[in-house]
Design a protein around this ligand. Structure first.
Ligand code: GTP
Length: 290
């Protein structure tokens, strides 16, 4: 029997931490430069309802971070906001002048999560890292991550550094959606088989609304560990152009020693294949993707 499985994701953090900016970039095809004029979110916006792979729906609650709103979440709306939460994403402004207050609100939210959704997975995003000097970022983040884990006990958190100005945003959100996809292991195994049949160097599977990487399979070692997030960002730009100019989503790029194919695979996914073995007949790949 068909049933719709909705997973509630809470996006929280103090005002101007960057929550709506990341939501609009990941889910609504906005670009970083256009986030400067976003209006503050009053109470919450839960209209982002994305269909992921098959019958999985993600319902994102972007909760405005004004002090008054926070106080309402923790009192009047406590059960409404914090019940049935699958994932809590808490966004910290890396250059906040009120770190103690930020931590106070964060811990109050965790208490409510423990009461109403004790199995929720908690992600902390140390955001706006572009505003920190590049050579200080990793050290500062590692220190904050340890501090946040201590403040989050008994909950085990996952923390990432992010910025809307680079691929770190896509890296963090790809990790977040991984924990929402129930059959991710089976999907990975199928992709490995597909990669073997095609004789591809690498296959990357993207979710169509967000262009986040769902899974990848590689038969070679690649030196750039951030290549997937970069690809997400590039393909998103490509998607923006094609929507505007109504080009086809299909793409084939021939380099001197590789061929890359990009195409829609299913209603919710697209696939990128990279092949360097010229012995492989392109027609086989076209057939596999058709
Ligand atoms: P509330 O709705 O008031 O809770 O705020 P919010 O957390 O939704 O913040 P919003 O997304 O509106 O962003 C506030 C400002 O931060 C905007 O001017 C964004 O352009 C800016 N911003 C968001 N992300 C980043 C980032 O990664 N780096 C920098 N430098 N600025 C960012």
């Amino acid at each position: 029997m068909f049933y719709k499985k909705t997973k509630k994701v809470l996006l929280m953090g103090r005002c101007a931490a960057g929550k709506t900016s990341m939501r609009s970039i990941i889910f609504h095809n906005n670009v970083a430069t256009k986030t400067r004029n976003l209006e503050p979110t009053i109470l919450w916006d839960n209209k982002t309802d994305v269909q992921f792979l098959g019958n999985l729906h993600l319902n994102l609650w972007d909760c405005g971070g004004q002090d008054d709103s926070f106080n309402d979440y923790l009192t009047t709306y406590r059960s409404l906001i914090f019940k049935d939460v699958h994932v809590l994403i808490y966004v910290f402004d890396a250059v906040s002048a009120e770190l103690d207050k930020d931590i106070h609100y964060y811990q109050s939210c965790l208490e409510s999560i423990l009461t109403h959704s004790p199995d929720a997975i908690v992600f902390c995003l140390m955001h706006k890292m572009d505003l920190i000097q590049e050579d200080r970022r990793d050290k500062m983040f590692e220190k904050q991550k340890i501090e946040l884990q201590v403040r989050s006990e008994p909950i085990q958190i996952q923390a990432f550094q992010t910025s809307i100005w680079d691929e770190t945003l896509y890296a963090a959100w790809a990790k977040i959606i991984h924990c929402l996809i129930p059959n991710i292991k089976a999907l990975q195994a199928s992709l490995d088989t597909f990669c073997g049949i095609c004789g591809a160097d690498e296959i990357v599977l993207f979710e169509n609304t967000t262009f986040l990487v769902i899974a990848n399979s590689a038969s070679i070692h690649h030196p750039d560990v951030h290549r997937f997030e970069k690809i997400s960002s590039i393909i998103k730009q490509f998607n923006l152009c094609t929507r505007k100019e109504s080009y086809s989503r299909q793409m084939e790029i021939k380099g001197s020693n590789f061929t890359a194919f990009f195409d829609t695979l299913t209603k919710n996914t697209s696939v990128l294949l990279i092949i360097s073995d010229h012995g492989i007949n392109d027609q086989i790949l076209i057939w596999l993707l058709s």
